[in-house]
Design a protein around this ligand. Structure first.
Ligand SMILES: *[C@@H]1O[C@H](CO)[C@@H](O)[C@H](O)[C@H]1NC(C)=O
Ligand SMILES: *[C@@H]1O[C@H](CO)[C@@H](O)[C@H](O)[C@H]1NC(C)=O
Ligand SMILES: *[C@@H]1O[C@H](CO)[C@@H](O)[C@H](O)[C@H]1NC(C)=O
Ligand SMILES: *[C@@H]1O[C@H](CO)[C@@H](O)[C@H](O)[C@H]1NC(C)=O
Ligand SMILES: *[C@@H]1O[C@H](CO)[C@@H](O)[C@H](O)[C@H]1NC(C)=O
Ligand SMILES: *[C@@H]1O[C@H](CO)[C@@H](O)[C@H](O)[C@H]1NC(C)=O
Ligand SMILES: *[C@@H]1O[C@H](CO)[C@@H](O)[C@H](O)[C@H]1NC(C)=O
Ligand SMILES: *[C@@H]1O[C@H](CO)[C@@H](O)[C@H](O)[C@H]1NC(C)=O
Ligand SMILES: *[C@@H]1O[C@H](CO)[C@@H](O)[C@H](O)[C@H]1NC(C)=O
Ligand SMILES: *[C@H]1O[C@H](CO)[C@@H](O)[C@H](O)[C@H]1NC(C)=O
Length: 879
């Protein structure tokens, strides 16, 4: 590559030499060095080295600066370009180089010794935040002013050679795994302004004369090392200091209180020095009143051993620019003085948690309108949470856990940025309605455990779509677990333990695919353990269902294979499960098949079974029947819609109300289509069944239209009666489609045929022969009507016991037309393409003379055959 580009550049040089612009062979050397540098770059995501081409003189290449007179490279600055590759030793030939800045890229390999040793004019050597390996370079230019090698993978002790760099102003060796102590000679480098040795393994004391030997120090960062001993008071005498970060070391003793000279100080961090401060009664916070910088922004004093009385220590301070005041994890007592809210008006973080504070939160806290984090947790604060927190519109994290706060939570409707709400372990009471309906939808963490909250868990919990962790354990909550929790798709931990929740586990929990921790213990929950829980096993690590009233079979798959991964203690009605559980064997192992293939073969079986049994039974019992069953009008003209006329149009809100917020208590069935809820739309009217379609399934819309269309005009006593439909958007603006049917008191046929799978109430009665026969005749009548008496014949295509519904008189009604097909015209289309006018009941079958009754029975039986044939044809044709 270099060879190819050479001739062109030679031509270029000749041209320029003739013009007297370029003067020496050094120009060639620089050009070659840059090309060699480029050749070892393997990644240049921003394409910034594209300009390093032959059209441009190398002095005009991106990141290259040349001296004006001699056209030699004096500066190479390619900071933060995302460059990857190794560093070419040819760079050592750029003998006029003064600035080499490759900071914050992805260079790897060793730093070539040529680069360090030969560039004797170098003033700035900045290779920090790359991935260089090997030993620390040693042979630095005597002219070096800035040395930045931090954030690499270099190894070794502190390079002593640095101490001879008399012009050094800034030294960055953070995150370099440096071990050992600091060379004493470092304290002679009085020119030093910045020392950043944070996050290393240095074991040393700070020299007591540091304030005299480094009088120009502006920034000292030694956070995250093993410095020990007392803090030298001379350090706090350095008038130039702006940033002092001594956090996470082992400093001990009192903090010097001669800070009045540091008038340029912006950041003081002494956090995480666990023995800093006296262990006695002395006022360790006395130094605060000597701090005299009006531009202080961060005061970070958390996790030390500071004792003191807050209202005395803070009474004299006034930091009008202070943004962060962190004092958590100390031994500080006293009350929160309301003056501080006036004296620290710019606070964004106030963290006083894990101390011994008493009293209440002054109303004045509302003045801190920039506050983002308020942590007062684990103190002994009491009283009501002040209503003025309403003013803290920027608040992200409100952490009041572990105090004695009482009464109700104040209005939080203004806290529209809130992500973490920590109120656990207080004495709060009242309901959660207001909190849940008002709080920001951005909420990620809700810790409300160990209080005295009452009422239900509001359905608005579903608004918190980003919720990760919710703990409402040990309160006095009751009612159903809202199905809307299933909308919190990011939920990882949920504890509802120790309340009085009842009803079953909502079906929507099946969508919580990231759930790791679920504790529902110590409630009054009932129903079966839903099968979908074992599907969550890829994420679920902890499941506690103990001390409830769950019943039926314990699943045996997924999580339920491992007896130590879940607890079901204290549920007396459970059976089955893995052997270790030692539960009684379940009476019936019948499995529900949801598999599509199974469904088809199942309904074929049903159809065949029905055909055979009907034919035989019909023949045998025909005579008996003529007496038992009086002919009825096949079309029931008396059943007018008048009852439901007043809700022709029904809104989401009305349905929401009618079903108690689609509460699981009202859930009467689920399937691939969605869920069916029982509800009462107007008080005093008959209940309805609300079939809410699952909008995640993209076929839902089609199926909704098919069902609407199919049921729009049909009217038959053995077809399910549709009252109205609702196609709108829910509270979140998501598509919402529901069909509203007359409620069938006696449930579906499936539950009568396999009573063990139902909720047990059907067990008392059973289906005798005449009832079964009546049901078969009802179904046959419905099919006859659909096949022969509609202008466009309809094939139901999903006939199965769970779609046969029984009213209070045990009259069967065929339901669920989601898969219905119209036979006329293009039989592959669903009904949506047929015009509605072509589709209406054809004529009426009135009274049938007894003589034609036998004929009618056979005609009806024939309908099953028609259904079966048509439907299998449709299925086979792949429609
Ligand atoms: C060389 O780079 C410059 C600046 O990016 C560009 O304008 C010019 O087209 C490039 N020339 C060639 C031959 O790629
Ligand atoms: C480091 O470089 C990356 C791009 O590679 C950039 O996004 C980031 O802001 C840079 N960091 C600093 C501190 O400059
Ligand atoms: C430049 O440096 C490289 C490697 O350090 C070396 O091989 C080369 O001879 C030097 N001189 C020139 C004029 O490129
Ligand atoms: C170091 O590099 C990483 C990744 O490019 C970047 O995110 C970070 O900001 C850099 N830090 C510094 C101090 O440059
Ligand atoms: C330092 O660099 C100079 C100039 O290249 C060289 O003469 C000397 O040997 C080098 N010393 C070390 C210890 O590498
Ligand atoms: C701090 O500086 C003052 C002069 O500004 C001096 O009198 C005092 O001795 C210094 N204290 C320490 C501990 O260096
Ligand atoms: C604080 O600083 C001011 C000047 O900003 C000075 O006048 C005053 O004496 C200082 N107070 C202390 C206690 O050092
Ligand atoms: C609310 O904040 C505003 C400034 O944003 C302030 O003027 C007002 O006094 C505060 N109200 C309370 C009750 O603290
Ligand atoms: C809430 O607790 C307070 C005492 O802390 C009590 O006076 C009040 O009646 C309680 N309210 C409710 C609704 O229980
Ligand atoms: C490069 O610059 C030098 C002066 O420093 C000059 O003498 C020489 O002719 C130039 N070299 C070329 C190849 O143009």
């Amino acid at each position: 590559m270099i060879l190819i580009t050479l001739p062109i550049s030679t031509k270029y040089y000749r041209a320029n030499a003739a013009a007297g612009l370029i003067s020496s062979h050094g120009n060639q050397t620089d050009h070659l060095a840059l090309l060699a540098f480029k050749a070892q770059i393997t990644q240049d995501p921003l394409h910034l080295l594209d300009s390093w081409n032959t059209t441009l003189h190398f002095c005009q290449w991106h990141g290259v600066t040349c001296g004006r007179r001699h056209q030699r490279v004096v500066k190479l600055d390619l900071e933060s370009h995302g460059l990857a590759g190794s560093l070419s030793p040819y760079i050592g030939n750029l003998s006029f180089l003064r600035f080499l800045v490759l900071e914050n890229n992805s260079f790897h390999g060793e730093i070539p010794s040529e680069v360090v040793g030969r560039l004797f004019r170098l003033r700035v050597f900045a290779l920090g935040n790359n991935s260089f390996t090997g030993e620390f370079p040693t042979n630095f230019s005597r002219n070096l002013e800035i040395l930045s090698l931090g954030g690499n993978k270099l190894s070794g002790t502190f390079p002593k050679e640095i101490c001879s760099l008399q012009k050094l102003r800034k030294l960055f060796l953070w995150g370099s795994n440096l071990t050992g102590s600091l060379p004493y000679a470092l304290g002679n480098l009085s020119s030093l302004q910045v020392i950043d040795l944070a996050i290393n393994q240095i074991v040393d004391r700070l020299p007591s004369d540091i304030g005299h030997t480094l009088p120009n120090l502006r920034e000292l960062l030694i956070e995250g090392n093993h410095f020990f001993g007392p803090l030298p008071s001379s350090l706090f005498n350095i008038t130039t200091l702006q940033l002092l970060d001594l956090a996470s070391n082992g400093f001990i003793g009192q903090v010097p209180d001669n800070m009045g000279n540091m008038q340029k100080l912006q950041v003081l961090s002494l956090s995480d020095n666990r023995q800093l401060g006296s262990s006695g009664h002395a006022d360790d916070l006395k130094f605060l009143s000597s701090l005299n910088s009006t531009i202080l922004r961060y005061l970070l004093l958390s996790d030390c051993h500071l004792s003191g009385i807050l209202h005395k220590s803070l009474s004299n301070i006034s930091f009008t620019r202070l943004e962060k005041l962190l004092l958590f994890g100390n031994q500080i007592s006293g009350i929160i003085p309301s003056e501080i809210f006036i004296k620290l008006p710019k606070l964004t973080e106030l963290q006083l948690g894990d101390n011994f504070l008493t009293g209440n939160i002054p109303q004045g806290i509302g003045k801190l309108s920039n506050l983002r984090i308020l942590d007062l947790g684990n103190n002994s604060l009491s009283g009501q949470i002040p209503s003025s927190i309403h003013n803290l519109t920027q608040l992200l994290d409100l952490h009041l856990i572990g105090n004695n706060f009482e009464r109700a939570i104040p209005n939080t409707s203004n806290l529209q940025s809130l992500q973490e709400l920590g109120l656990s372990s207080n004495k709060l009471n009242g309901t959660l309605e207001q909190l849940f309906s008002q709080t920001s939808h951005e909420l990620l963490y809700a810790y409300l455990a160990d209080n005295s909250f009452t009422g239900s868990l509001p359905f608005e919990v579903g608004n918190f779509e980003n919720l990760i962790d919710m703990d409402v354990s040990n309160n006095n909550l009751e009612g159903e677990i809202p199905n809307t929790l299933g909308k919190c798709l990011n939920l990882q931990q949920l504890s509802l333990m120790g309340n009085s929740f009842r009803g079953s586990i909502p079906p929507s929990f099946s969508s919580l695919q990231g759930l790791r921790f679920l504790d529902l213990s110590l409630n009054n929950l009932s129903g079966e353990i839903p099968m979908f829980l074992h599907n969550l096993s890829s994420s679920l690590e902890y499941l506690n269902l103990s001390f409830n009233n769950f019943e039926g079979a314990v699943p045996t798959e997924g999580l339920f294979q491992n007896a130590s991964a879940f607890s079901i203690l204290g549920n007396t009605k459970l059976c089955g499960g893995i052997h270790e559980l030692q539960l009684p064997i379940c009476p019936d192992h019948k499995q529900k098949h949801t598999d599509k293939k199974h469904q088809i073969s199942l309904h074929m079986k049903v159809a065949i079974g029905v055909i055979v049994s009907t034919t035989v039974l019909a023949a045998l019992l025909l005579v008996v029947l003529c007496w038992v069953r009086r002919p009825k009008n096949v079309i029931d003209q008396t059943q007018k819609t008048s009852l439901y006329d007043h809700y022709e149009r029904v809104s989401f809100l009305e349905l929401h109300r009618a079903t108690d917020g689609f509460s699981p208590a009202n859930l009467i069935g689920t399937g691939h289509f969605g869920s069916v809820f029982k509800g009462v739309i107007l008080e005093g009217t008959e209940p309805v069944a609300v079939k809410v379609l699952n909008m995640i399934n993209h076929n839902t819309s089609k199926s909704f239209m098919a069902e609407c269309e199919a049921l729009r005009n049909v009217r038959h006593r053995n077809l399910i009666k549709i009252i109205t439909a609702c196609s709108t958007v829910d509270f979140q603006g998501n598509d919402f489609k529901a069909l509203i049917f007359k409620f069938m008191t006696n449930g579906n046929l499936e539950n009568w045929l396999h009573p063990i799978a139902s909720n047990g109430s059907y067990l008392t009665e059973n289906l005798n022969l005449s009832r079964r026969l009546n049901i078969v005749i009802d179904i046959a009548s419905a099919l006859d009507y659909l096949h022969n008496h509609c202008e466009t014949p309809i094939i139901h295509c999903d006939l199965k016991p769970s779609n046969i519904l029984l009213d209070e008189d045990m009259v069967a009604h065929v339901g669920d037309f989601g898969l219905a097909k119209f036979l006329q015209g293009n039989s592959n289309d669903s009904g949506t393409t047929n015009s509605t006018s072509s589709f209406s009941p054809r004529g009426t079958i009135g009274y049938i003379p007894p003589g034609r009754y036998i004929q009618l029975i056979f005609h009806l039986c024939f309908q099953f055959l028609t259904y079966f044939l048509n439907c299998s044809q449709i299925i086979n044709s792949g429609a």
